[in-house]
Design a protein around this ligand. Sequence first.
Ligand code: AR6
Length: 176
Amino acid sequence: MTSSKKILAIQGDITQQAVDAIVNAANNSLLGGGGVDRAIHRAAGGQLLEECRRLGGCATGDAKMTKGYRLLAKWVIHAVGPVWRGGNQGEDELLARCYRRSLELAAENDIKSIAFPAISTGIYGFPLERATRIAVTEVKQFLQHSSCIEQVIFVCFDTRTYECYKQVLLELLPEL
Ligand code: AR6
């Protein structure tokens, strides 16, 4: 990992990242679930769920922010990605919106470093390469007009996801 890079992919566990905010791949209830959501709630502790209960859920394609409690990250941005239903149900736009809303929340709250998991590509079944192109495109576009965020880290849990991000970053951001 070269930390001077503005956008990068690493392989690892998002709960261990020392960034201002980590993004959670949540569901509409914001009350926890499996995958990265479970890992984040476990690492942050019970106060995270208490705060989430007060948020009243979140629409698909939107995001809401809480504190990070026992995490190294000060904030958690809970983004709700779409369930993959074949690709003709607005999934691409909903996934793009998740990334945009997370970045908007980060910028509004003076967050300088943010880590994303590969939203929707696990339990929600979104095809990995298609999701990765959307994630990288949205981050690239956002950073072109926002100077607040200094670093975006795509945290890939498994090797397949990491390889995919490396390839898509090379293709869409060859200058990195
Ligand atoms: N750090 C980084 N990435 C992780 C971690 C981790 N600790 N653990 C898993 N991943 P998923 P989704 C990766 O299924 O598809 C939950 O039940 C995982 O390998 O967590 O958006 C929610 O409550 C995959 O690459 O999220 C929702 O109901 C990526 O994170 C639903 O799952 C996303 O996989 C959301 O499904």
